[in-house]
Design a protein around this ligand. Structure first.
Ligand SMILES: [Zn+2]
Ligand SMILES: [Zn+2]
Length: 214
């Protein structure tokens, strides 16, 4: 089982390096990947932000061979867990200093640069788990500092469904905020979040013990 997990980890990671690189270099495929780069703050949850088409392609190519080649069903579970944890790790904003391990394993140091708001950096650090692919194929970028800003260098819609529409046809979503129906929908999530925050703040205030001054 360990050999099977290792085999699929390495082969899938090799595939994802090249597909990811292709996504950055193809105008069409970039539209399935830009959502992942739209985060302005890279943290452990940033890895879960992806375009629906990208998820379908990558999950199919990841798990179909495991099933079709007749691997142990536990391999799917183990690999899915490793993927989830590794995805959180490489996107986390913790100050990791992995030294020479960076030549082999990918971590936040290199992946944060992959998310930096800089056109040149968009063409570096494509690896997910094994940074060695970047070092071998000449796409590694690891300066001695951290990026100052993250995200896309162009305007991108905030709404999940508009992001999908934007991948098909470019538009300026700020126009929609001026239309009453759209404005209501686009501000709805923010208003709900704000009301929930107010509710929980008042609730926690009520629970807070009264300080005795005497
Ligand atoms: Zn990318
Ligand atoms: Zn990422």
């Amino acid at each position: 089982m360990a050999a099977q997990v290792l085999f699929f980890l390495v082969t899938h990671d090799f595939y994802i390096y090249w597909f990811h690189r292709w996504q950055h270099n193809s105008i069409i495929l970039w539209r399935t990947h830009e959502a992942h780069h739209s985060v302005k703050e890279v943290d452990w949850l940033a890895g879960s932000r992806s375009h629906a088409v990208e998820i379908v392609i990558n999950q199919t190519i990841e798990f179909a061979p495991i099933v079709l080649l007749g691997a142990d069903p536990m391999v799917v579970l183990i690999k899915a867990c490793i993927d989830a944890v590794w995805g959180m790790y490489i996107h986390s904003n913790i100050d990791v200093r992995s030294g020479r391990w960076q030549y082999f394993f990918n971590g936040p140091e290199m992946h944060q640069w992959h998310h930096a708001e800089d056109r040149q950096v968009y063409f570096s650090n494509y690896a997910t788990k094994f940074a060695m692919w970047d070092w071998i194929f000449g796409t590694a970028y690891l300066p001695n500092k951290k990026p100052s800003a993250f995200g896309l260098y162009y305007k991108y819609p905030k709404d999940y469904f508009l992001q999908h529409a934007f991948s098909v046809k470019r538009f300026d979503d700020s126009i929609l905020y001026k239309k009453p129906g759209w404005a209501f929908y686009l501000n709805l999530r923010q208003n709900i979040t704000r009301s929930m925050k107010r509710f929980f703040e008042s609730f926690t205030c009520a629970l807070r013990p009264i300080k005795r001054t005497t």
